[in-house]
Design a protein around this ligand. Structure first.
Ligand code: ZN
Length: 64
């Protein structure tokens, strides 16, 4: 029997597709687990990528 690992975001029970360093994920989501890594499902990984991209764009637009 294979136990599928789940997304670490609080309230989410989707299977994880990505493992990311916890620090950057913690800025965006509340995580259920402790440790140095965070597991994200497809949906949350998408949101994570979007959120981190937005951060970078905001930095770039700082001169406005
Ligand atoms: Zn999730």
């Amino acid at each position: 029997m294979v136990m599928e690992e789940q997304c670490d975001v609080a309230g989410c029970s989707n299977p994880k597709v990505r493992t990311i360093g916890r620090k950057s994920v913690e800025k965006i989501f509340t995580l259920n687990t402790k440790g140095t890594k965070a597991h994200l499902c497809k949906e949350h990984y998408k949101q994570y990528k979007k959120a981190t991209k937005k951060d970078r764009e905001l930095d770039r637009l700082n001169w406005v």
